[in-house]
Design a binder for this molecule. Structure first.
Ligand code: IPD
Ligand code: CA
Ligand code: CA
Length: 283
């Protein structure tokens, strides 16, 4: 990374942090009864707030830093084609993660903003307005919740691990059998299973040691850009669900407190995946 960009990371962070906190106030204004909700698809909701928050963040950051680029769910989502990540400073934004929770007035919903420079994740900020929880990380400087340093748990034993699995993605037919079979195999191996419908909070909960593992396949860069950096800066481990290196532009991953734990999960999932794939070929 150029010395100039490295020296400006803190300036970028200090500029964007108050904008995110300001946008969070909108979460608390929403009246469930009068909120207009649209279906992007049968299982995907959007509100005017998603677009409003993303547009505000992008326009304010662009006015201050005209050389920056943006990948946001509402402006670069799937209907706009696959977003390309260049070496330029790029803000990756999910204005509301957990929109279904937001619509249903469940407090597990938040804003996620990550900055990537030369394809390296350098800033991660997640704000959960209903809980007034702010999770932050700058590469190489640790992870924080409301200004206090956080760290992942040290759990290595799968039987002692609290596992959060994004089961809502099973609504996609391509993932249905994979998710449910893995769940069938993993449920009996772990302490317990959770699913919050909000990847960004789930990642913050791994980073702060509340959860020991979080996994989701089929996510998008905006779901993972801030949270995976926060986990890594909290001492955690993030790997692609295939066992390959994590790819921010195609996030299928498991984030765990320790590498050993991730390896145990992936070994069980390999058996689960082979089981349903074998059944498919036997049909
Ligand atoms: C979605 C939610 C959901 C997950 C989807 C995400 P959104 O994000 O986090 O739980 O299953 O894959 O896209 O639309 O609420 O930002
Ligand atoms: Ca999301
Ligand atoms: Ca969203």
């Amino acid at each position: 990374m150029t010395a100039n960009e490295t020296s400006r990371i803190e300036e970028y962070y200090n500029f964007v942090l108050p904008l995110i906190k300001e946008s969070g106030k909108l979460f608390l204004e929403v009246k469930k009864e009068t909120l207009e909700v649209e279906n992007k698809s049968d299982h995907d909701l959007v509100t005017i707030y998603d677009k409003k928050i993303e547009d505000t963040l992008i326009s304010k950051i662009k006015a201050e830093f005209p050389h920056h680029r943006f990948i946001g769910e509402e402006s670069s989502g799937t209907k706009h084609g696959t977003p390309t990540l260049t070496d330029d400073p790029t803000w990756i934004i999910d204005p509301i993660d957990g929109t279904t929770n937001f619509v249903k007035d469940i407090p597990f919903t938040g804003i996620s903003v990550g900055l990537v420079i030369e394809k390296i994740q350098v800033i991660g900020i997640i704000f959960i307005p209903h809980l007034n929880d702010l999770y932050t990380a700058i590469k190489g400087r640790g992870a924080y919740m409301n200004g206090k340093k956080i760290s992942c748990s040290n759990v290595q034993d799968i039987k002692k691990s609290l596992f959060c699995y994004e089961i809502s993605v099973a609504s996609r037919s391509a993932l249905f059998k994979l998710i449910l079979t893995r769940l069938q195999f993993l449920t009996k191996e772990v302490l317990a299973v959770r699913s919050f419908g909000c990847p960004v909070i789930s990642l913050c909960y791994v980073a702060s040691g509340k959860l020991d593992a979080y996994q989701c396949d089929g996510l998008y860069p905006w779901d993972a850009a801030a949270g995976t950096l926060i986990v890594k800066e909290a001492g955690g481990y993030v790997i692609d669900s295939s066992g390959e290196e994590f790819d921010l532009m195609k996030p299928n991953f498991i984030a765990t407190s320790t590498k050993t734990l991730a390896e145990k999960y992936l070994a069980i999932e390999k058996i689960a995946d082979n089981t349903w794939m074998k059944k498919e070929t036997d049909l």
